[in-house]
Design a protein around this ligand. Sequence first.
Ligand code: PMP
Length: 364
Amino acid sequence: MQDTYRLEIMSEFLNKKLSSLEPYTPGEQPKEKLIKLNTNESPYYPSRFAVQAIRGQELRDCRLYSDPESVTLRSAIAEFYGEYGISKENVLVTNGSDESLAFSFAAFCENGAIFPDVTYGFYKVFASLFGVAYEEIPLNPDFTVSVEPYLKDARTVFIANPNAQTGIYLPLDDVERIAASNPKRVVIVDEAYVDFGGDTAVQLISRYPNLIVIQTFSKSRSLAGARVGFAMAQEGLIQDLNRVKYSFNPYNVNRISERLATAAITDREYFNACRTKIILTRAKLTAALRETGFTVLPSKSNFVLAGTPKMGGAELQAALRKRGILVRHFDDERIRDYVRITIGSDEEIQTLILAVKEILNEKG
Ligand code: PMP
C-alpha cells in the first residue's frame, strides 16, 4: 500500500524512543481511479469562492512567507462563530486539525490522557510521540460513550464528537458534564465531523476555561488537501497552544491554504447545501444497508460504520475493492466485523449499494 514509507526499515541512528513508536496508518490514497469512500473526504468540490480566490498573484506571492498569525483566516472563523462570542483571540489555525491535536498533546498532558477505546487512531500515536501516558476507556457495548469514567478524572480528556469510526454523537449536555466535573483539567472536543448533524461545543467555550474545541476544513468544507484545521478556546489555552506552535513551525498554514479556507468559510450557503446533501445521502445508505441485513451504527458524521453477519469486515472490504470501491477496514478487536463507508455522492453510494448486494448474493 505505502510505496515510500516502510515501517520495518530503520537506521542505527534513530532515537531509541522512536523505534518502538507505532505511527498512524493513513487510509489509502490510490493512484488509480476508484470510488473513494475510505478517508471521509467530501465528494463535492470546495466552494467556488475558494477556487476563485487563487489567481496568479496569490501564486506569485508565495515568494513571501505566510502570515504566522493567520489573522485573516482567524478573523473569518471568529466571524463564523461570532454568535457564540468567539473572537480571533479565541482561535488558533493549524496544518490540519491533526496539528491542533498534536499541540494539545504536547501542551496539556502532564498528568496523562484518557480517550475512548474506539476512536480516532491518532490519539494513541500523539500520546506515544510526546511521551504521554494514556488510558483507553471502553465504549458501552452499543458503542456509545459512557460519561461516568470521564467525570472528575484528573487526566486530560480527548473526545471526538461525533466519535471517529462509530459516527455516534454524544449529546452536548454530556460534553458539558465532562467539562464541568473537573475544571482543573483540560477537555479537548474533536469536532472533525460535527457539521453533519451534531451541536457544537463552541457555545460552551465562554463558560469553561478548560475547554478546547477542534474543527477542520477537511470534511464539511471540502478542503482535505489544503490541510487546515483550527482550535477554539479561551485566550489562555490558545496562547499555550501558540507557545507550542512558535516552538515548532510558526508558518504552519501556507498562503494558498489560508486563502482557500478564508473564502470557504464565508460561503455559508454552499456549506449548508453540501452538508444537507450528505445527511440525506447518509439516510438513504443507512436504510438500504439495513434492508439487506446490515447493522449500521446511528451516525451523525459523513461516514457510517456497517457490518453484515454474512462476512467479516476485511472480506467485505476486499470484495468491494475488486469492484473498484474503496472503503476502510480497521483490524481492531471491537470493530473488525465492520467497514467504514464515507458518504459519497448519491451516484457513488448507489454504485456501492449495488455492489454490496451482488457480493452478498454471490456469498449465498
Ligand atoms: N479528528 C478526527 C476524529 C478525524 O477523523 C480526522 C481525520 N482523519 C482528524 C481529526 C484530522 O483531520 P485533518 O487533520 O484533516 O483536519
